[in-house]
Design a protein around this ligand. Structure first.
Ligand SMILES: [Zn+2]
Length: 477
């Protein structure tokens, strides 16, 4: 069985991640290189992510729609930066129904072009604006180096696409959705994030300005977990999205797009997991509570199972699983659910039945320290409280970790050291030359220029020229 053990997170983070995704049955490799199969446990997690986001999208006035997977190749060529950015990763369909197609089609890598085309048909007047549409779907980007959830050839996501009458409104929308992502990450996933702007070099192909929420993973590398783009009038001009304004004059609309993908599952795994496996944030956990009955003989069994069933019914407000497998031991079950990261385990044995209590074990605090005994009568209240406690503990731990591994280097030599062990937060003049130098010397890139700036000014950590903003440099996924 030794070779079946999960590698230690502290010893080999990368192998720990790869094997954990498989062992916890979140996803599996598909026959086509770079594609993934999301298994039911992973998809349940994604569904909970979808619900958390979808609720927020609707609260901010958006509605869902669906646009096609296939896009005429010529559409992509209408926006210069967009085509340059995406051409290397396109999947192109040249034959359909056995016939060579007159115009090749691309499998969408993102949908700005086709949605821009449709918006140009739908938007005629300022009265038609704003248009606030989101789509849940999949996209294909022909990636060379792939990893389950983090970078796959096909992935699942949502992409919001909005059109507005003014630049101000579109910029406001871009930041509103960035905040929606940050709120979701913090309050549903317990993942601390830094909201900020991308550099010119790192921005989305075709955007005027891109924003991101960046999170620190358990190996201190950065992961971009959601992005929101102010597209200006770039796509409106390429696709002639025009409207008659209040003065009856023809104007180009201002558009935005924003997306969050199954990559976020990678963020949950790498932010919270430990040597034993996953730790699911309670609000998104596919299973929040697992009940493990413990008994030695038939007499004990019937007594215990009666209480187990009553407990399951009482906890109907939570996502509960009873592990009544008879072919494995309770110890095996404990390890199994720990690997899958179920936030709370309830053990019910004959002694607990006699005492009218149950044993609770917190996943985020392995061993005795996370164990407590609760009277049956207080169980529902205690489980609810514990879900909150675990959420906060996970968030606090991740935030403390990020703080402990974020440095403010005094000079360039220190910067080079800092990005080998964490993030560097430094003054930057904004030039691409300085950004590239750091990348060439260290492989670290600018992650984001946080919206929350310290104020004042300083000297660029690379070139020493005056700088008015601080940026995070880090190695990233
Ligand atoms: Zn500089």
């Amino acid at each position: 069985m030794a070779e079946d053990k999960l590698p230690l997170r502290s010893e080999n983070f990368s192998e720990w991640y790869n094997q954990l995704v498989l062992k916890a049955e979140l996803a599996d490799y598909a026959p086509v290189r770079g594609c993934m199969v999301v298994r039911p446990y992973g998809w349940s997690l994604w569904e909970n992510i979808q619900q958390g986001l979808d609720r927020r999208f609707k609260e901010t006035g958006h509605t869902n729609a669906a646009f096609p997977l296939l896009i005429p190749k010529s559409f992509l060529e209408k926006e210069k930066e967009h085509v340059e950015g995406f051409s290397p990763e396109l999947a192109v369909v040249t034959i359909g129904g056995g016939e060579k197609l007159e115009e090749p089609l691309i499998v969408r890598p993102t949908s700005e072009t086709i949605i821009g085309y449709m918006y140009s048909k739908w938007i005629k007047s300022y009265r038609d604006l704003p248009v606030l549409i989101n789509q849940w779907g999949n996209v294909v980007r022909w990636e060379m180096r792939t990893r389950l959830f983090l970078r796959t050839l096909e992935f699942y996501w949502q992409e919001g696409h909005t059109a507005h009458a003014t630049s101000e409104e579109a910029q406001e929308e871009t930041l509103r959705m960035l905040n929606v992502y940050a709120d979701f990450a913090v309050n549903d996933a317990a993942v601390p994030v830094v909201p900020g702007a991308k550099s010119e070099k790192e921005k989305f192909a075709g955007a005027v300005r891109s924003y991101t929420i960046e999170a620190m993973m358990g190996d201190t590398r950065a992961l971009q977990t959601g992005t929101s783009h102010f597209l200006g009038q770039n796509f409106a001009k390429a696709f002639e999205i025009q409207f008659l304004d209040w003065n009856n004059e023809l104007q180009h609309a201002w558009t935005t797009s924003w997306g969050l993908s199954t990559r976020f599952i990678g963020a949950i795994i790498m932010t919270h997991g430990d040597d034993q496996g996953l730790i699911m944030p309670p609000r998104l956990a596919p299973i929040q509570v697992v009940i493990v009955p413990i008994y030695k003989n038939d007499a004990e069994r019937s007594k215990v199972l009666e209480v187990v069933e009553r407990t399951r019914q009482e906890l109907h407000g939570f996502r509960v699983r009873v592990d009544d497998r008879t072919e494995v031991t309770p110890g095996f079950k404990f390890n199994d659910w720990e690997l899958r990261g179920v936030p709370l385990r309830i053990e019910i044995g004959p002694k607990d039945v006699e005492k009218g209590s149950v044993a609770l074990a917190r996943r985020d605090m392995p061993g005795k320290i996370g164990k407590s005994f609760v009277p049956q009568t207080q169980l529902v209240e205690q489980v609810g409280k514990m879900m909150e406690d675990i959420h906060l503990a996970l968030y606090d731990r991740a935030l403390a970790f990020r703080k402990a591994n974020t440095y403010e280097p005094a000079d360039y030599t220190e910067l080079k050291e800092s990005v080998q062990k964490g993030w560097a937060f430094s003054w930057w003049c904004g030039s691409e030359a300085c950004e590239l130098k750091v990348k060439e010397d260290t492989k670290a890139t600018t992650r984001c220029i946080p919206l929350d700036q310290p104020g004042g000014d300083g000297k660029c950590i690379v070139c020493g020229q005056p700088a008015s903003q601080k940026v995070y440099f880090a190695r990233a996924y």
